[in-house]
Design a binder for this molecule. Structure first.
Ligand code: ADP
Length: 537
């Protein structure tokens, strides 16, 4: 008996030691991945910066290759980080309410540009029986689906991919949960039967040729299966060489509620969108010198003035001292982090000067409810690191200089597009005043209806219809010469296509005001004073 007990003890000690060693390895990997990511972000940032300067075609080609390669490397590092977190049991899932249909629809939309150049169809079918709101980790759900669909696109040459979401036949593993099947079917090269289970193992590909032809590391599916298991589910595959593959992720969610829409969240007044390149004064709160350099160099090149704060505390001090048009806030900073600094700013702890200034987070953690945490802290949105300069440009284009809007009199050569430019509209019609009059009447008749359609469709989250209405409104107001409204309608269309409710709400309000101004301008025209009054918005 004592021999047996001693034996058991030894066994337990050996098991504990093995587990500790394994966790230490995973900890080490997680730490290393972090250390590798920072300089890698700098490489990507600096490459992007150099790409924005005049270059010979050869230089551009070389840097394009460097940029693509570093993005691939970053994706690999992110995968390794995930795996080591999973193995160290440090991966936590976010718990948040989200709109399942919307998340899945938006995710599919982002993948279409990958499928289209290969001539592949990408269809989504959401069974009516699936719940609309669920509670779980939408970032990780997105990651699983993007991986499965990304693979399907990668390994398919002809035909297409179908994603179907429906209630699962597999009974839920926990009470009060719903199990859903996310089924990704492709018409691709398929997988040999004897390899089917192995593809879920770490660093495993169906055969050596796969890596050669298609690239990849064989980490994606291993991560997906682990994530699925963490989400109280699993992933299975059915496939035959040459006849396509079907991956089914069965995942459990608890029923959720409608999340507080970003537009309803207690965030400060959004920046008024504007398309002029007014120089802005921007606070960059970031402790990493390389990231600071990338951001300030880029912003400087765009003609903006930057002030750098190396910590949350320094950021609050700067915000108390001088006026800014915009703040970029690193989330992970020493002393006070970006979220806490923003909370204090909105609370008025940095005085009134910048209390409502737009604040955008810069974070490498774009998954797991990061966006909600930023919005809840009072931020207006976030930018993913490494910074994508296109996102940055879009954001800058939408930010007005606070100092300019505080000025008593308008700037002498205000570059603001006119509410209504009758002369240009007339010129475009070859001087046909009669035709212009008809177009103006159409405008007055039609724009209130279009606004109503957009409101209604937005309410029903029918983003496609809403975007169509915005598109048609853009044409109507363009013809009449309402330039400011045309620009806003174009941007509204874009945000509706991306189902970006918060931006759409801002743009819609600005568009409505701009249309009201154009309408008034039109009714005040001397040649219309005898005409019929238009309908009011
Ligand atoms: P990676 O794609 O990075 O190599 P994954 O873990 O995502 O790694 O996939 C492992 C292997 O499974 C792939 O290399 C490929 O051989 C096979 N595979 C995955 N998805 C498909 C698919 N839709 N069609 C054919 N083979 C696939």
């Amino acid at each position: 008996m004592t021999v047996l007990a001693a034996y058991e003890n030894d066994l337990r000690a050996a098991k504990d030691a093995a587990e500790t060693a394994s966790r230490a390895k995973s900890d080490f990997l997680a730490k290393m991945s972090h250390e590798i990511r920072t300089p890698l972000n700098a490489i990507i940032g600096m490459t992007e910066l150099t790409l924005a300067t005049p270059l010979t075609p050869e230089q551009r080609d070389a840097l394009d290759t460097a940029r693509e390669a570093s993005k691939v490397l970053l994706a690999v590092i992110n995968d390794i980080l995930d795996i080591s977190r999973i193995e160290a049991r440090k991966l936590e899932l976010a718990v948040e309410d989200f709109d399942l249909r919307r998340t899945v629809t938006a995710m599919v939309r982002t993948l279409r540009p990958q499928a289209a150049p290969k001539g592949l169809s990408l269809h989504l079918r959401l069974a009516p029986a699936i719940p609309r709101y669920v509670r779980g980790d939408q970032g990780r759900l997105r990651q699983i689906l993007m991986n499965l669909i990304g693979n399907a696109i990668k390994f398919t040459r002809k035909g297409g991919i179908n994603l179907t979401v429906r209630p699962s036949h597999t009974p839920p593993t926990a009470p009060d949960t719903v199990s859903l099947d996310f089924r990704v079917a492709d018409t691709g090269i398929g997988i040999p039967r004897d390899k089917l289970e192995h593809i879920f193992e770490l660093f495993t590909q169906a055969d050596a040729l796969v890596g050669e032809h298609y690239g990849g590391t064989g980490l994606g599916l291993a991560i997906c299966r682990e994530l699925a298991r963490l989400m109280r589910g699993n992933i299975h595959v059915a496939s035959e060489t040459g006849h396509g593959s079907v991956f089914t992720a069965t995942l459990a969610f608890t029923p959720g509620q409608a999340p507080v829409a970003a537009a309803d969240a207690p965030t400060p007044a959004p920046p008024f969108p504007k398309e002029t390149g007014m120089p802005l004064r921007i606070l960059v709160a970031e402790d990493n010198p390389v990231n600071v350099k990338v951001a300030t160099t880029y912003l400087g090149r765009r003609g903006h003035e930057t002030v750098v704060a190396g910590s949350g505390r320094e950021a609050l001090a700067a915000l108390a001292r001088e006026t800014f048009d915009l703040v970029f806030m690193d989330v992970e900073m020493p002393d006070i982090d970006g979220l806490e600094a923003t909370r204090r700013l909105r609370d008025g702890q940095a005085g009134p000067l910048n209390r409502h200034v737009p604040v955008y987070a810069m974070t490498a953690h774009v998954l797991s409810g990061a966006k909600d945490r930023c919005l809840n802290a009072g931020m207006n949105g976030y930018l993913a690191k490494p910074l994508d300069f296109k996102d940055l440009d879009t954001l800058l284009a939408g930010t007005t200089s606070v100092r300019a809007s505080l000025r008593e009199s308008p700037a002498p050569a205000a570059p603001e597009p006119p509410a209504l430019d009758v002369a240009t509209a007339l010129k475009r019609l070859g001087g046909d005043a009669e035709l212009l009059r008809e177009i103006q009447d159409d405008f007055l008749d039609q724009f209130p209806g279009k606004l109503r359609t957009i409101t209604l469709c937005q309410h029903m989250e029918n983003w496609e219809e809403a975007a169509l209405a915005a598109h048609s409104l853009k044409n109507i107001v363009g013809a009449v010469g309402a330039e400011a409204a045309r620009i806003l309608a174009g941007r509204l269309e874009e945000s509706l296509r991306q189902a970006d409710a918060a931006t759409a709400a801002e743009l819609f309000a600005a568009l409505k005001a701009s249309l009201a101004a154009a309408r008034q301008h039109l009714l005040d025209l001397p040649e219309r004073q005898t005409g019929a009054p238009g309908s009011s918005p």
